[in-house]
Design a protein around this ligand. Structure first.
Ligand SMILES: Cc1cc2nc3c(=O)[nH]c(=O)nc-3n(C[C@H](O)[C@H](O)[C@H](O)COP(=O)(O)OP(=O)(O)OC[C@H]3O[C@@H](n4cnc5c(N)ncnc54)[C@H](O)[C@@H]3O)c2cc1C
Length: 373
């Protein structure tokens, strides 16, 4: 078998996107995934992810959302599939807090259609309660991305574009030389010109020499049974994020599974990605239940479904997208800090630029490795 031009390590949303982008430029690509594509031990699995335009984290991210949305649309039309489900989104919190002011700023700067709502306005439209003095920014274009279907579709397109996908192929080490890269698996070694590492929660294990400041966090997602199903139909009920000071809670109407999904950005439950407690612990439910009881009382039913998923956090919650400091032949993307999924196809193009051309026109200044030096 001829050596590939580019090896991609990791078959989550970032790896499948990068492999597709490189193969579409006419290069031979081998994608190595330690489990099966679509497995549930990393970060990209599950029925849904949020794609929001009113990006409170900063205008560069908001512009990236505007770039990536048409890319998802193109993938839909290439595969005759429906991956983006527009249902609108409302960001709720103190009027002067970071969520509401950031979302409002993104809407104003990018001239997005939006409404600034009081807590009472929100309660009169949707089944929220007890919002008191909180305010909200409603932006009608926010979408649910059908996450599992997105990854399966990217892998299918990658395969169609000639990517050789190896599943159950765990990379044990990577070595660079002036002539190329060598990648060791348990029982094989593969050589290539270049490599892209998108190993999600395993990134710092695979690249120990870089001592990356990444922490892997176990996140719990719960689906609650609802008392008034019609009120949580995604044609009526928006994606929401609520800034409760101690945590951000988020969720969707009914999509993918019975009940409504609720998660939180609370806590720093640092784990080893190879040893994660997958069953529901008492504290996984208690604080989310407290939020639901207070603010979404019609969703205060039994827990119908429980999932765990991993965040890979950087200290500043900005991503890492850069060359390996020891070799221009290696490109790294990781530390997506719980908000990377929506950007998959755009980051795939950025990684292809870095791996093939050595540079990119995209502004990666916020994502450079040397910010940790
Ligand atoms: C609960 C939860 C909710 C989220 N909500 C949102 C949201 O609403 N919107 C949003 O945009 N983002 C969201 N995110 C974040 C988003 O899902 C992640 O940023 C994104 O999925 C990261 O993708 P990845 O490809 O980097 O990682 P992964 O999906 O983990 O992929 C990495 C892959 O590399 C493989 N791998 C690792 N090491 C090796 C090795 N040595 N050899 C071979 N293969 C290897 C792994 O098995 C894995 O499949 C959420 C995340 C979680 C956990």
């Amino acid at each position: 078998m001829a050596s590939p031009d580019v090896i991609v390590v990791g078959g989550g949303v970032m790896g499948t996107s990068a492999a597709l982008a490189v193969a579409r430029r006419g290069h031979r690509v081998t994608l190595l995934e330690q489990f099966a594509i679509g497995h549930d031990r990393g970060s990209s699995h599950g029925a849904s992810r949020i794609l929001r335009y009113a990006y409170f984290e900063g205008p560069n991210y908001a512009r990236m959302v505007q770039q990536v949305a048409p890319m998802w649309r193109a993938i839909e039309s290439d595969t005759d599939s429906e991956l983006m489900h527009r249902c609108g989104g409302v960001d709720i919190g103190p009027r002067s807090g970071p969520l509401v002011t950031g979302a409002l700023q993104a809407c104003q700067e990018l001239q997005l259609e939006h409404e600034l709502l009081s807590g009472t306005d929100i309660e009169s439209r949707w089944p929220f309660a007890n919002l008191g003095e909180l305010a909200g920014v409603y932006q009608p274009d926010a979408c649910i991305l059908a996450a599992d279907q997105c990854v399966a579709t990217l892998a299918e397109l990658a395969g169609r574009s000639g990517v050789d996908i190896w599943q159950n192929a765990k990379v044990t080490s990577i070595a660079f030389s002036d002539h190329g890269v060598s990648v060791s698996l348990d029982d094989d070694t593969i050589h290539a010109d270049r490599i892209i590492v998108t190993a999600g929660p395993w990134t710092h294990q695979l690249l120990t020499e870089l001592n990356l400041p990444l922490s892997v966090i176990r996140k719990a997602v719960l689906y609650f049974d609802v008392h008034r199903p019609g009120a949580f139909d995604i044609r009526r009920f928006p994606i929401y994020i609520v800034d409760k000071h101690d945590a951000y809670y988020y969720g969707f109407g009914t999509f993918g599974h019975p009940g409504v999904k609720v998660g939180d950005h609370l806590g720093r439950d640092v784990v080893d990605p190879d040893h994660v407690e997958r069953s529901m612990r008492r504290d996984d439910e208690s604080h989310v239940r407290r939020f639901v009881r207070a603010h979404l009382p019609d969703a205060d039913g039994e827990v119908l479904r429980f999932e765990t998923c991993l965040y890979t956090m950087t200290p500043d919650e900005d991503f890492i997208i850069d060359h390996h400091p020891a070799s221009e032949r290696a490109v790294i993307a990781g530390g997506f800090s719980g908000h990377g999924f929506k950007f998959g196809p755009l980051i795939g193009e950025m990684l292809a630029d870095l791996a093939i051309d050595g540079s990119t026109d995209h502004d990666l200044s916020r994502f450079r490795l040397d910010r940790f030096a």
